[in-house]
Ligand binder design. Structure first.
Ligand SMILES: [Zn+2]
Length: 135
């Protein structure tokens, strides 16, 4: 399960950006060439995040398509499946561009642990505000 190595890299990046604050969500963009299986990635992220600031956080995984360029006919197309052959001539001699990136796009910090505003003395009965809505 190579997703675990990727998940560890993601958690490392999340920890650096969070600087000790709790993280609720992490949005990651990964190229199609990494061949990440979303279900396996969720599981791997959950394991890798255990004991870190990202424990229990939700992973938003965005798969970035790869550009295929056919050497036979020159056809090019964006494709989420790197195994795909040329859609125009059916040729298998295709170049692939991009699709191997792994980028931590953003993290969402847990407002309950990120600042004084999450706890207002004398007003503990109100609902906790969450501008992003329920997770
Ligand atoms: Zn072609």
């Amino acid at each position: 399960m190579h997703e675990f190595g990727i998940a560890e890299a993601v958690v490392d990046a999340v920890e650096q950006r969070a600087a000790g604050r709790r993280v609720r969500r992490a949005r990651v963009r990964a190229g199609a060439l990494l061949r990440i299986a979303p279900a396996a990635m969720d599981q791997a992220f959950c394991l890798a995040a255990t004991g870190t600031v990202a424990e229990g956080a939700t992973l938003d995984l965005v798969i970035e398509p790869v550009r295929l360029v056919c050497r036979g006919c020159g056809h090019s197309a964006l494709c989420a499946d790197p195994l795909t052959i040329c859609g125009l001539c059916g040729g298998v001699d295709v170049d692939m561009e991009g699709g191997d990136s792994l980028v931590l796009e953003s993290i969402q910090l847990d407002p309950d642990t990120t600042g004084e505003e999450s706890y207002v003395p004398g007003n503990s009965g109100r609902d906790r505000g969450d501008p992003a809505g329920p997770a």
